[in-house]
Design a protein around this ligand. Sequence first.
Ligand SMILES: [Zn+2]
Ligand SMILES: [Zn+2]
Length: 99
Amino acid sequence: METEAWVRRLIREDNLHEFYTSPVWRRTQAQVLKDNHWECRRCKEKGLVSRARTVHHIKYLKKYPALALDRDNLEPVCDKCHYDEHHRKKPGFMNEERW
Ligand SMILES: [Zn+2]
Ligand SMILES: [Zn+2]
């Protein structure tokens, strides 16, 4: 099945878990991580080195299912950066060092 149609169906069924556990996603994710030497891209931009554990959809999967496996839409991130992206995003606040 075509990826986009498949992802759209999963979004409709509220079952993106199936996408994130699929062999094709695991393969894509592993490749992106490997190509980036397992380094978190966000930390790297700040001059830090953190181990990336996951791959984030820059344009969110739910809004852009056509980009589900588009390498240009994927970035390796560590757990902290990924958490921040999804839970604590405050525009204009991102570059401030608080800790
Ligand atoms: Zn990071
Ligand atoms: Zn994400």
